[in-house]
Design a protein around this ligand. Structure first.
Ligand code: ADP
Length: 238
């Protein structure tokens, strides 16, 4: 059985059905991308996994446990958003330690964990800076460290690179993948960028209009697209 299991997930906003019979099983430690054009329902799937949206129907199980009725903070999930989600009035170290503090972790253990996380993201000396003193790429690394500090069982990344310059985007995506593999953390990565998805994923879900058009390893998606939409979107049909 998959570590993260999504079955027959449905979501509508009013009469607009944005996620339609969505099914996906993710193995422990796997890195899966949701790839598709803007508005196809990627973020809505992610928000349902995180607990920020309630599905109309369907199941979401993490490690065998149905989480649909759990609040976000009960789900043990880490999330990184597009950009600018750090607390501006807190230092880098305070941002990274935020979840630990909420959980009631003692000060000494917080400090150890924060230092460990800052080393992991390659910014061991920037704990006393404020977010505005960091580059966009550094801010996103801190956001990743904050998400990972509480040892979540699932990491959700919602277009974490899209606000960055092209060059930083490429180096940071490699870094994210290295950290993900090092920790072996089960990850869902949302992107509209096919090259990004093809370059870092174990598997890709190509979405179109709320539906998973194809699920497969990057080489399968690229070399054997199931539908014209997938072929067009991953750029094999021009
Ligand atoms: P993506 O992440 O692929 O860009 P989203 O999941 O953000 O797509 O959005 C899918 C569709 O659902 C879009 O048409 C969007 O406008 C709509 N939508 C998302 N959130 C809401 C909401 N809270 N209320 C109404 N419509 C929404």
């Amino acid at each position: 059985m998959a570590f993260l299991d999504i079955e027959h997930l449905e979501k509508a906003f009013g009469i607009l059905r944005v996620v339609k019979d969505f099914n996906l099983g993710i193995q422990k430690g796997e890195f899966v991308s949701l790839l598709g054009p803007s508005g196809c329902g990627k973020t809505t799937v992610l928000r349902m996994v995180a607990g920020f949206e309630t599905p109309n129907s369907g199941a979401i199980r993490i490690d065998g446990k149905d989480v649909v009725n759990q609040r976000p903070n009960q789900r043990n999930i880490g999330m990184v958003f597009q950009a600018y989600a750090l607390f501006p009035n807190l230092t880098v170290a305070q941002n990274v330690g935020f979840g630990l503090k909420i959980k009631g972790v003692g000060r000494a253990d917080q400090d150890i964990r924060v230092a460990e996380m800052l080393r992991l993201i390659g910014l061991p000396d920037l704990g006393n800076r404020y977010p505005f003193q960091l580059s966009g790429g550094q801010q996103q690394r801190v956001a990743l460290a904050r998400a990972l500090a509480v040892k979540p069982s699932v990491l959700l990344l919602d277009e974490p690179l899209s606000a960055l310059d092209a060059k930083i985007r490429v180096s940071l995506r490699t870094e994210i993948r290295e950290i993900q593999q090092k920790l072996g953390i089960t990850t869902i990565f949302v992107t509209h960028d096919q090259e990004e998805a093809l370059s870092i994923s174990d598997r890709i879900v190509v979405m179109n209009g709320g539906i998973a058009e194809q699920v497969g390893a990057p080489f399968e998606i690229y070399n054997r697209p199931n539908t014209k939409f997938v072929a067009n979107f991953v750029g094999t049909l021009n």
